[in-house]
Design a protein. Structure first.
Length: 259
């Protein structure tokens, strides 16, 4: 309500794309909020960290499919910022029952003991688990309009390699659930890149029809943030073509929000 009031009739309205906050474990409330805010002109939803006692909730769980159904029908995307998911530690590993996300996570003790590794190394792992779960659960086949913008986490650097690995392995016991090769589901993911990623041009080379968008981590510059210099740093990158810069800065975001 505060966002709607702030933007209604304001001269800054054209500079903002409003999204509504939802919490996946609260399914019925989330569906109501999606439908209510869409009527107010909101263009998507924001999904933040999933906390205890729901921290092991899978993004591919059929228990939250009602949320995805509402978003799919309204063609509204999800802006997703993961955090320190409380995945089970290695001590609970059981090769007979293990699920993909139980192996790794941003809060793994080995990462948390060393400064910013939980952010810079753990978050890409967490996103990789979420991506694999969304693919192999059949969620993206069931809801073809679903789109996820993956904030922070530097996952864009790893995404082409992840998809290549999934194509090679195909996790045979799960492949029967999906209709396409894993790499074909890249179209559903719009990873936010940071402007100072050294190998960003190689990611573009590996993913020429990429969906990458620019993330600044406004209003602060943390271990992976570049604000307030994000746009300038990207524009000054001589290894990236102007066409790809425009795609990262404007074009992909327009496609994501259907603008």
């Amino acid at each position: 309500e505060g966002v709607a009031e702030l933007l209604d009739g304001s001269s800054i309205r054209s500079r903002f794309i409003p999204v509504a906050a939802i919490y996946l474990p609260w399914v019925e409330a989330s569906v109501r909020e999606i439908k209510r805010t869409q009527k107010q002109g909101f263009k998507g939803v924001f999904l933040g960290p999933i906390r205890e006692p729901y921290a092991d909730l899978s993004l591919g769980s059929q228990g939250i499919w009602n949320i995805y159904e509402a978003l799919n029908d309204l063609d509204m995307p999800i802006v997703y910022h993961t955090s320190n998911r409380q995945w089970k530690d290695w001590s609970s590993y059981d090769y007979k029952t293990i699920n993909i996300p139980e192996l790794v996570g941003a809060n793994h003790k080995a990462l948390q003991r060393v400064g910013d590794l939980g952010l810079l190394y753990g978050l890409p792992f967490t996103y990789a688990c979420d991506i694999a779960e969304l693919i192999f659960s059949g969620t993206l086949d069931q809801f073809p309009n679903l789109r996820f913008c993956l904030l922070e986490g530097r996952v864009a650097s790893y995404l082409p390699a992840l998809m290549d690995s999934l194509d090679q392995v195909r996790l045979k016991r799960l492949s029967y659930r999906i209709k396409r090769r894993p790499s074909e589901y890249l179209a559903h993911f719009y990873p936010a890149v940071t402007a100072n990623e050294k190998w960003l041009h190689h990611t573009i080379e590996a993913w020429p029809d990429h969906n990458m968008v620019l993330g600044s981590d406004y209003p602060h510059a943390d271990a992976s943030g570049t604000w307030p210099n994000s746009v300038r740093l990207l524009r000054e990158n001589s290894k990236i073509s102007n066409a790809d810069k425009d795609r990262i800065l404007v074009g992909n975001a327009r496609r994501f929000f259907r603008l």
